[in-house]
Design a binder for this molecule. Structure first.
Ligand SMILES: [Zn+2]
Length: 82
């Protein structure tokens, strides 16, 4: 599992709410730095067997706002001239 985050619109996919929520980039950076430090401190990977490093990967992705903007652009592009 990974965290899906849109840096452009500062939105995070919430698995609890099953929707996009506003989330400050500074908090994403703090979370990422925290897990980087956590894993850097453990030289024995077996000591982290209950945690998966992939679980804390932040994936840059499109959010609901990206989709809305793209949809509006497509609609404006394909709208017949009046
Ligand atoms: Zn977005």
């Amino acid at each position: 599992m990974s965290l899906s985050y849109c840096h452009r619109h500062k939105r995070l996919w919430s698995f609890i709410q099953l929707s996009w929520v506003s989330f400050p980039k500074e908090k994403i950076d703090e979370i990422s730095a925290y897990y980087d430090r956590l894993y850097a401190a453990h030289t024995d990977p077996s000591s982290l067997n209950s945690l998966s490093r992939a679980a804390f990967t932040i994936v840059e992705t499109c959010c609901d706002v990206c989709t809305t903007v793209a949809r509006q652009a497509v609609d404006a592009y394909i709208a017949p001239p009046q």
